[in-house]
Ligand binder design. Sequence first.
Ligand SMILES: *[C@@H]1O[C@H](CO)[C@@H](O)[C@H](O)[C@H]1NC(C)=O
Length: 359
Amino acid sequence: MTGVFCYTCAKRFSYVRNIYYIRFAPITIVNYMRIIIPVYSLISRATFCANMSGSSDKGRVLTREERFSYQNVDFKLADAVKTDVIYKYFRDASTEEPKVLTEETVGDEHMDKTVPTTYIIHGFTTDDSSPWYKPFKDELFKLGPHNVIYINWQKAGNKSYSVSSANIDPVGKYIAQFILASGVLPEKVHIVGHSLGSQLAGFIGKWVQKLSGKKIGRITGLDPAGPRFDYPEAPPTNRLCDTDADFVDVIHTDIQHYGYTPPLGHVDFYPNGGMDQPGCPPRQIDVKCNHGRAVRYFIESMYIQAKAKEANFIEANDYYVQINVKNNPKEVIFGYFAERSSRGVFYLETKSSVPYLIV
Ligand SMILES: *[C@@H]1O[C@H](CO)[C@@H](O)[C@H](O)[C@H]1NC(C)=O
């Protein structure tokens, strides 16, 4: 059975049981097929998984074995420089070409300091052309006057995962300096990051506190990156945590794969249990579907108000995780309009296609 370590190959044991049972059964065509099909399936999966493991470090299925054997981030590997971060400012809904700003020029931009200001942050190996930036920005402007800033940190976040994950510390510092230079009060700032961008958001929050003594208003972690952060669990100083902003809300959709597994914010939503999202194909077919769903659910929550139920996060010795709804659970609003007083772990179900959220 060795060689089949793919994360989604977890059902492999049922085949073993199957084969074992029929040893005592007469050899009929049906039983013969019962042996042949699982064996074929095991071989094809093993081959597929091996191919994936041999591919580049980006966008492949992480085997269960490697997923639980990462070291924590080695921050000494960081090599980012200030010019690695690009800031694109949208003043209002009619802004077609955003203005590229720097820490030196943002002060002269006279951003409206009375309106909410949202920073949008991508993850590992992508940039600000990531397909969720524009729909998210458009929904933000529908809510009223807003400052929107696209962060592009691709130059520091498109290296090996070891270096990219270490770069969240210096990049967090640069963005914190930019926020402070903008003149917008940190409490007016909302940072929304996906994957490694969520972990980066945490570092922005830490750096704003170190440099100014003030806290960012809100950080939303959309499926915060897990590898190098959760097994073993990094100390709160080295990952997103609930002291990084006045309110830290998190949506988990790909736990134990690309996403961070345990709760880490003030409020942690685990749609459909946080691991396998309805409508997503197996990870070997589409490795990013589950990880990307956090973003889709969050943007949908800006116009569909779904409720989530209070739950317990239960982790057994073998890493098996369950999100169990409590008896008579408290209900809270899911996603963008989550009340800032919400605390705890919450569960909700979604549909398998758009609109995902159920009112
Ligand atoms: C990341 O780097 C690779 C080369 O290693 C390049 O092909 C790819 O376009 C880069 N991605 C982005 C978003 O810049």
